[in-house]
Design a protein around this ligand. Sequence first.
Ligand code: F6P
Length: 344
Amino acid sequence: MNKRKIRHIAVMCSGGDAPGMNAAVRAAVRAGIYHGFQVTGVVRGYEGLINADFIQMDSRTVGDIIQRGGTMLKTARSERFRTPEGRKTAFENMQAYEIDAIVAIGGNGTFTGGNVFYEEYGIPFVGIPGTIDNDLFGTDFTIGYDTACNTVIDALDKIRDTADAHDRLFFIEVMGRDAGFIALNAGIAAGVEAILLPEEPTDIEVLIERLSKNAKKKKPSSMVIVAEGNTNGGAIEIAKKVNEKFKHYDTKVTIIGHLQRGGSPSCFDRVLASRLGVAAVDTLANLNKYQDIGDTDTYNANVKVMVGVEKDAIVRIPLAETFKKENRKLINPELLEIAQLLAL
Ligand code: F6P
């Protein structure tokens, strides 16, 4: 183990933004300062590494951001970092600025990039799970998911008011890429009549039957939440299919869209982000200690990881485990049963 000691760390956000990213940046920067590291903020994630778009961070640069949505460092999905040339330039910039390690807040794509970068250039990498989708294996929750669910239930409550007033059937599409966590949780919390997930096949006939029963039971309105990755299509397509058989119903569609990505992070997300930001930098500080005592195995086990929270405890999981296909994070079937049982 003759690697350079970590003295200078880069902090960045990558992929889709999520409420709470700022809180994680703040935590990582301040924890870095606490450990005596020089801290550089990278603007627009991997794009910033390639462009050497760097900001010197101190504890004041991250003041007054814990409560703000978006990210002060900006974020991007970098096509150039997918290429060997892009990664080479990123590495050369890191060498020129003597940056030793990366803390990156993002999702699957971010961690896939960090893993390849480590394999090619040996740059220590700690990922912090930040995505509204909550689809990352190795953590019970990702930063931004709780806030997004709260945004969705706020929208659903409002839609219920108008749906009731007009006796309407609403199809509401929510984000999540190919994961149904937002749909399932927000759906239960808002008491919707049906939840259509990417993880479960949707039988339109069964849905129609359920909606007909509701109509007979004189339910004044019905709300069906559709996760964007549903195999039958989005809310518009599904509403069309249902409407063909259900002509008498006044049907409306709402796509909540990017509203779900913005807004002030919830208390839960701010605390989660603060814990994970500190844990990420602790991981890097510990690498120096493992080097001092010559503990190569522990060093290697921690040099490219994602920090997460499982059963309220901080965990570290090898980066490659987070995006393996067979490690898909599963929805809780009990929640789905509860949703169906309560939608009587
Ligand atoms: O991963 C977060 C997410 O909001 C997904 O839920 C959604 O599918 C995607 O990003 C949208 O990406 P974009 O903002 O690039 O349209």
